[in-house]
Design a protein around this ligand. Structure first.
Ligand SMILES: *Cc1c(COP(=O)(O)O)cnc(C)c1O
Length: 213
């Protein structure tokens, strides 16, 4: 199937209040342009260098989402144009984004990444830390915390995934407001479960662009 067909198929099957971030990491610019020309505007990348190259080469009205672990020393390279950073996982990163955003005279939208998977090496804050992180962020004038992002455990066991998504949905419900209103959960293999658990932003790569090598 073509990228356009994949997107059309997807849009027929999900409600139109759900934002689809097309995860284009490792995929060439032609693939992104095909999606763009079919009307899609939101793309996600997880490597700073790759994101910058794509941003430079592609239409300027693309909304770029950063979804990978972000190193502090690279924040300055994307701060001018980034649309939403999904992967804020430390206080130091919050401070750095705030500082660089201030230099650019902008307020940057961010999501707090929450560690919902049991796997050892997943980034993100623990549930117990969220309250402090939210309060801390309120003092950062150049950061707008728009919500939360979570990644489930890589497993075929839907009960485990469901349980993890449901915990993050509960956190989201506690903090949800007019301005904090994004719940980014769900990838190609688990987006239906994520939507059942209140996700309103899904990050889809392989189901749109095909498998990555
Ligand atoms: C790669 C990636 C995705 C998309 O993964 P697919 O399984 O191809 O849909 C979503 N979110 C993050 C954080 C990723 O790194």
């Amino acid at each position: 199937m073509s990228i356009t067909k994949n997107l059309n198929h997807l849009y027929r099957n999900i409600s139109n209040d759900i934002v689809v971030v097309a995860v284009s990491k490792t995929k060439p610019n032609e693939d992104i342009l095909e999606a763009y020309n079919s009307g899609h505007k939101s793309f996600g990348e997880n490597k700073v260098q790759e994101l910058i190259e794509k941003h430079n080469a592609l239409p300027k009205d693309i909304e770029w989402h950063f979804i990978g672990h972000l190193q502090r020393n690279k924040v300055k390279n994307i701060i001018k144009f980034i649309h939403l950073i999904h992967s804020v996982d430390s206080y130091k990163l919050l401070n750095e984004i705030n500082k660089r955003a201030k230099n650019e005279n902008r307020v940057v939208d961010c999501l707090i990444q929450v560690k919902i998977a049991t796997e050892e090496n997943k980034y993100g804050f623990n549930f117990e830390e969220i309250d402090d992180v939210i309060n801390f962020s309120k003092n950062l004038k150049h950061i707008n915390v728009k919500g939360f992002m979570g990644m489930s455990t890589l497993t075929n066991d839907n009960n485990i995934i469901n349980n993890e998504f449901s915990k993050l949905q509960n956190i989201f419900k506690n903090y949800k407001s007019k301005t904090l209103n994004i719940l980014s959960m769900g990838m190609s293999n688990d987006y239906n479960l994520a939507i059942e658990n209140g996700s309103n932003m899904i990050r889809l790569g392989s189901i749109i662009f095909g498998k990555r090598n």
